[in-house]
Design a protein around this ligand. Structure first.
Ligand code: C5P
Length: 234
């Protein structure tokens, strides 16, 4: 991934046809799309090829988490797929992460792995329920440092965690953040948010944006506005 901040469009829809209808008009005006478990489990891994064939870089958001051998095997099963970013849960532990990194170097040499630290759906009470008493922020730092040490290329994080992760991990890890909103946005389920320009200034390598583009009356215009604001295009 080049230096500077990039826009990734989250194609959070039910079917490939819906996703294609949203993405096709943006080809040429957008580099990245994110495909999630929903499309992957419905249509199979060939969905990656279809979006790559349209000229998009594909972020495959599978959030893998299993024993090291199974995660490494799943990554090897993606051999040759044109995906450029792939997620896994950092909480799978150092051995799972190291084995995943090794498998990706072998089977997907041009794909970067991103560790998911603490899901934003996990608040302090949810963390306590699974036995984690430290704050979400310090858990993010612990998992982020562990993932970096295990050879994972970057992290998915909240925009509010960008400054602290940049301070502790430096400039090299990719930090990819959802939770992007404009101040005038109508309320939805994202609460800890930043604007595209704020996230870029705080050190994001890429921002993941779904509804602000998908629900805009002019998705192509909104795509261009965001790319300009983060300095991805003139
Ligand atoms: O529509 P919206 O811009 O909120 O989409 C954000 C995308 O980022 C969605 O695909 C969502 O699942 C994902 N995401 C998130 N928060 C996280 C991790 C992923 O919003 N902590």
């Amino acid at each position: 991934m080049p230096k500077g901040c990039q826009l990734i469009l989250a194609l959070d829809v039910e079917t490939k046809d819906e996703a294609l209808a949203l993405a096709k008009p943006l080809a040429g005006n957008l580099r990245w799309v994110k495909l999630g478990l929903q499309l992957f489990t419905r249509h199979g891994p060939g969905v990656v090829d279809e979006f790559a064939a349209l000229g998009f870089q594909v972020f495959l958001d599978l959030k893998l988490h299993d024993i090291p051998n199974t995660v490494a095997s799943a990554i090897r099963s993606l051999r040759g797929r044109p995906c450029s970013l792939l997620t896994l849960h950092a909480s799978g532990g150092p051995e799972m992460l190291a084995r995943a990194a090794e498998a990706a170097r072998d089977a997907l040499p041009s794909c970067r792995l991103l560790g998911v630290t603490v899901l934003t759906s996990m608040d302090q009470a949810q963390l306590a329920a699974v036995g984690i008493s430290r704050s979400a922020e310090s858990q993010v730092q612990l998992l982020g440092a562990m993932a970096s040490q295990a050879g994972i290329d970057g992290l998915v994080c909240s925009p509010l965690e960008l400054p602290i992760l940049r301070a502790s991990l430096g400039t090299s890890p990719l930090l990819v953040t959802p939770g992007i909103r404009y101040p005038d946005a109508k309320g939805d389920d994202q609460s800890r948010v930043m604007t595209p320009a704020q996230a870029a200034a705080a050190g994001a390598s890429a921002i993941v944006v779904g509804r602000p583009i998908l629900k805009d009356p002019d998705p192509a215009g909104m795509t261009l506005r965001i790319r300009r604001e983060i300095g991805e295009t003139a």
